[in-house]
Design a binder for this molecule. Structure first.
Ligand code: BGC
Length: 405
């Protein structure tokens, strides 16, 4: 958290590090298509009042990943974060699909063959429907079931994965649970009301699941294990400090503290959140906006500093950062400023190992469907033809400039 009115740092000062991971990120349900055994697919097709459209074929990344990896490699990116879909690996409790395990093994091998470091997430928002029905993370033996699934995908990790993210954004999972239950408070949160606060029991269940999966990874592979946490840039005026601290404790701090003993922490940031004497400050009417929220790219540098302080020095990968916009020039400006702020944080001593822009390709944005566009690459929903956006080329140039050659 910071009391500040920051100046924008310059990209010219970015500290160039060898081995830095420059890449993009996606998640299975958001780009693969036809993830029919998942809780999200079911909610999309059961009349949820807040889901504007179903995910359908998405970008058909499930079939077209080789072409997508080719594009990313041609851009000179050296890493790619994607998720393994639990609902595909274990579509029914206790049935593990050898074909799906092989699918993700081939993706890992495909990354390596193109000089791309794969960073793999084990669970990104979606859960198998059967696991949701058994109580989700609060269900009996949830952590053991997650560990058993993790064991089943060890062949994928052993194919050559060095970085494994267990659970994506645990701080958002309680909202997801309530959304599937059609809880009115969760439905309101999708329309701008404050998010439901994760209960202590929910936090404990998620930490237990994270720990048991991490243990499976560490005991059986050489990969590093961590989780990826949504970290806001909290800013406050002196009278807002208490409200900011309470918000931070409710939504983020517990998940960051749980990463103190992890091999790394994934930091995901999209905007800032401000507080004054009245609590949360609404985004002013004259603020510069993306298609969903305030345009404030320098939030990234502040968020990684927060994660660094609270984890007491756990190495960081920026596992998501991006902008929902149809204005690709705005994405270019976002990249310049976000990376400059990241460079400034690194120069100040924060150990950042990589930056993965969200998203490689326009994605299904959960309840908001295909409206918001985060991708560096777009696709035609009928032909699935890919188009590399100018912002992707700009990112490629920046990466080339900021890499050791
Ligand atoms: C999630 C992604 C999502 C992105 C943009 C993160 O909360 O991990 O799945 O698409 O933010 O909203």
């Amino acid at each position: 958290m910071s009391l500040l009115h920051p100046t924008v740092p310059s990209l010219a000062d970015f500290p160039i590090r060898s081995g830095f991971l420059w890449g993009t990120a996606t998640a299975a349900h958001q780009v693969e298509g036809n993830n029919i055994s998942s809780d999200w697919w079911r909610s999309e097709h059961s009349g949820s009042p807040v889901i504007v459209e179903p995910s359908g074929d998405a970008a058909d990344h499930f079939n077209r990943w080789p072409e997508d990896l080719d594009l990313l490699a041609q851009l000179g990116l050296n890493s790619y974060r994607f998720s393994i879909e639990w609902a595909r690996i274990e579509p029914e409790r206790g049935f593990f699909s050898a074909a799906m395990i092989d699918h993700y093994r081939r993706m890992v091998a495909g990354c390596l063959a193109r000089g791309i470091t794969p960073i793999v997430t084990l669970q990104h928002v979606t859960l198998p429907s059967w696991f949701r029905d058994a109580g989700g993370w609060a269900g009996e033996a949830a952590a053991d079931l997650f560990a058993r699934y993790t064991e089943s995908v060890l062949p994928v990790v052993r194919e050559g994965v060095d970085w494994v993210c267990t659970i994506n954004e645990p701080n958002l999972q309680p909202l997801m649970t309530r959304l599937h239950e059609q809880d009115p408070a969760a439905l309101a949160a999708w329309k701008g009301a404050p998010m439901p606060v994760p209960s202590d029991a929910e936090v404990a269940d998620l930490i237990a699941a994270h720990r048991s999966a991490s243990q499976v990874i560490r005991e059986n592979t050489d990969a590093k294990a961590g989780w990826t946490v949504s970290v806001a840039d909290l800013q406050y005026d002196p009278a807002g400090q208490e409200a900011a601290a309470a918000w931070f404790e409710a939504y983020e701090a517990k998940f960051l503290r749980a990463a103190r003993e992890d091999d790394f922490i994934g930091v995901q940031n999209y905007f800032r959140t401000r507080f004054d004497a009245n609590g949360l400050v609404p985004v002013p009417a004259d603020a510069r906006m993306t298609d969903l929220w305030e345009f404030y790219p320098e939030a990234l540098g502040h968020a990684v500093k927060t994660a660094w302080e609270v984890t007491e020095g756990t190495p960081i990968i920026v596992t998501e950062n991006g902008i929902p916009t149809t204005d690709d020039d705005l994405r270019i400006e976002f990249l310049n400023t976000a990376l400059a702020s990241l460079g400034e944080a690194m120069t100040s001593g924060v150990d950042v190992r990589g930056y993965l822009h969200w998203s490689a390709i326009d994605n299904f944005e959960w309840a908001m469907g295909y409206g918001p566009q985060f991708g560096l690459i777009s696709f035609d929903p009928q032909s699935f033809k890919r188009t590399v956006k100018p912002s992707a080329r700009h990112y490629a140039e920046l990466v080339s400039r900021l890499s050791v050659h």
